[in-house]
Design a protein around this ligand. Structure first.
Ligand SMILES: [Zn+2]
Length: 484
């Protein structure tokens, strides 16, 4: 098999140089020094802000002096994951790449093409004497993969561009124009106990094997939420079997659709058989409801060791009814993009810890007002149930503007180059553009990039032919930026 050419050579040479520099999120010092050195050696104005973001300015090339300033942006950090057993230190070791057919990957680690290939394109642009463009600002942000800390720490005025091209998308042929903002609404119930009734039957209810997924990107996939299935059983047991609750441990990460959960409960011994009947009926309902999306869902009901204390009836009622009353999943679809989720909420976890029950939920929307309204809805349910509620209104979304001039330029440029229209998309998760839009509300932005697969895992790979496609698209957009 002939090896696919690594073109444009300048971009791949820059990517090799980037991959020699360790750059875990929040440990980007070596990368900051590398980029600063790179800019200064080219004789270009190179700045670093308080947050650690780097900005390199390149003047317009001949004939393009009147064009509006354009920012080209990537993030300098990378996710550091390796295969089990590999001896590799992300703080010191360079990433080793290899080619498999049309794909570049790393030997046992994340490749860091997210977003090192974006960094490499900016470096190539800065160093290329042939590229034609107006005044450029290349922005390299920090800590995108952990906290979006670089983008959120950027101050107004650091960039002066009217347009921004973000190079952190993962599908060639797609242009992103909007992202969701996110907020967290967390509730705490103080646990009050009562003696477990004499002669109770104790049992553990559990659900596992759900598909789960990212609470933004995957919320449209109509999957089940383990917390809600568990609490639907608890509600009916409470109403029909005089159930008392002794423990609940359900769900996981704050930004994931929960995949499993369990609760320890008791009922009067005389109700033991009723519990089994109800359990069988409800779990059959769930299997019917989710026959399409949940193929490996499992429910268990097993005898548990008795505990001397159980939650007070008052607490159990307030807790179970609050959870059942929470709106969850898709709350609204976009009015502008077909089949696109605009607003959602996810009940992520419910855990008894240190005499308290902690509940984590997350709300997302491409519209700030809808995000805050979803927070109010969730908070109101918890308020009514007597819980203490903490709200983190979170990070802003990137508001959809289907009439963006930059989008028009990018779509036309793509059609001229490739004879077809790119897909114009929005995502229901956070991007740095959302944070930029807060401090630079007038900035016109799009996001695009070459095709990556398996990002954030040692399986990360870059589709080599799409690098040249995106590079040519980038140059064609820059040539067509309007005058200031
Ligand atoms: Zn990225």
């Amino acid at each position: 098999m002939t090896q696919v050419a690594l073109e444009p050579k300048r971009v791949f040479d820059c990517f090799a140089a980037v991959n020699a520099i360790p750059r875990p999120s929040n440990k980007e010092e070596k990368m900051m020094a590398f980029l600063t050195d790179f800019g200064r050696k080219l004789g270009l104005e190179t700045l670093q802000d308080e947050t650690g973001n780097i900005l390199i300015r390149k003047p317009a090339t001949k004939g393009y002096e009147n064009k509006a300033v354009t920012v080209v942006q990537s993030h300098m950090d990378m996710v550091c994951e390796k295969v089990a057993g590999l001896s590799f230190n992300f703080d010191t070791d360079p990433i080793q790449t290899e080619i498999e057919g049309e794909w570049m990957k790393a030997k046992g680690t994340t490749l860091g093409a997210d977003d090192g290939i974006g960094v490499a394109m900016q470096m190539a642009l800065l160093a290329d004497p042939e590229a034609e463009h107006g005044p450029l600002e290349c922005l390299f942000t920090r800590a995108e993969e952990t906290s979006l800390g670089g983008a959120s720490g950027i101050r107004p005025g650091f960039m002066t561009g009217k347009y921004l091209l973000n190079l952190d998308s993962e599908d060639e042929g797609q242009i992103f124009i909007s992202c969701a903002g996110g907020a967290n609404t967390n509730a705490t119930f103080d646990v009050t106990w009562q003696d477990a009734p004499e002669g109770s039957y104790f049992f553990r209810l559990s659900v596992k094997g759900l598909v789960g997924g990212h609470s933004g990107d995957d919320i449209e996939k109509k999957r089940a939420n383990a917390n809600l299935l568990l609490f639907r059983i608890l509600l009916r047991l409470m109403q029909e079997c005089d159930m008392k609750l002794a423990d609940v441990q359900s769900g996981g990460l704050h930004n994931a659709i929960p995949r499993d959960g369990s609760a320890v409960c008791c009922v009067p011994m005389a109700k033991k058989e009723d519990v089994r009947v109800l359990f069988n009926l409800l779990t059959a309902d769930f299997e019917n409801e989710y026959a399409t999306t949940e193929k490996s869902m499992e429910f268990n009901l097993e005898t548990a060791d008795p505990t001397p204390k159980v939650f007070s009836d008052d607490l159990t009622t307030r807790l179970v009814k609050a959870v059942i009353g929470l709106p969850n999943g898709i709350l609204a679809m976009s009015q502008d993009i077909d089949n696109f989720v605009e607003t959602s909420s996810n009940l992520a976890s419910i855990h008894l810890r240190d005499q308290k029950i902690y509940i984590e939920t997350m709300q997302r929307s491409n519209l700030t007002s809808k995000r805050l309204s979803a927070v109010d809805t969730i908070k109101s349910v918890f308020d009514l149930a007597g819980a203490k509620v903490d709200v983190n209104t979170g990070y802003p979304g990137w508001h959809l503007d289907p009439s963006s001039p930059l989008l028009g330029i990018a779509v036309d440029a793509y059609a001229r180059l490739y004879g077809k229209e790119p897909a114009v998309k929005a995502i229901h998760a956070g991007l740095e553009c959302g944070l930029f839009s807060e401090k630079y509300p007038e900035m016109d932005m799009i996001s695009f990039g070459p095709t990556l697969r398996g990002v954030h895992s040692p399986d990360e790979r870059l589709h080599i032919p799409t690098v040249k496609m995106v590079w040519d698209h980038l140059l064609e957009i820059l040539k067509n930026i309007p005058d200031a």
